[in-house]
Design a protein around this ligand. Sequence first.
Ligand code: FES
Ligand code: FES
Length: 155
Amino acid sequence: MLLSLRVNGRHRRVEVRPETPLLWVLRDVLGLRGTKLGCGAGQCGACTVQIAGVAHRSCVTAVSEVGEREVTTIEGLGGDGLHPCQRAWLDEDVAQCGYCQPGMLMEAAALLRDRPHPTDAEIDRALGGHLCRCGTYQRIRRAVHRAAGGGGGAP
Ligand code: FES
Ligand code: FES
């Protein structure tokens, strides 16, 4: 089936089965490999992208569900530069192995869009469902506060 998508500001046409997970289309058809496969079952958050600014787990989102809505991946998050979350992530030296981080960043950016100054509890609620084997949660929390304009926040 020929589908039209809008991804990171570009119109893309893809020939795939409608039930194909968006994650496979992004990685294997469009070559956007910043979005990661973890569990493949909606449990870990590694595959998180934004659809119309809302965080979605692309491994359990059929490409045909996307419709006209804009898909944003980690490659498009900052436009031509770095998103405030990406700058804060660098300033707080968040990443270790980095595998979970694209999904974390997409979720954090979606959170800040809805809640420009989130509390610790709101950050934990949004990002707690993302698994990080390297245990970067405390630095992520500080980075979200920094991206929100509040410095690094309480340790
Ligand atoms: S790979 Fe999608 S939630 Fe784990
Ligand atoms: S930085 Fe390694 S899994 Fe999160």
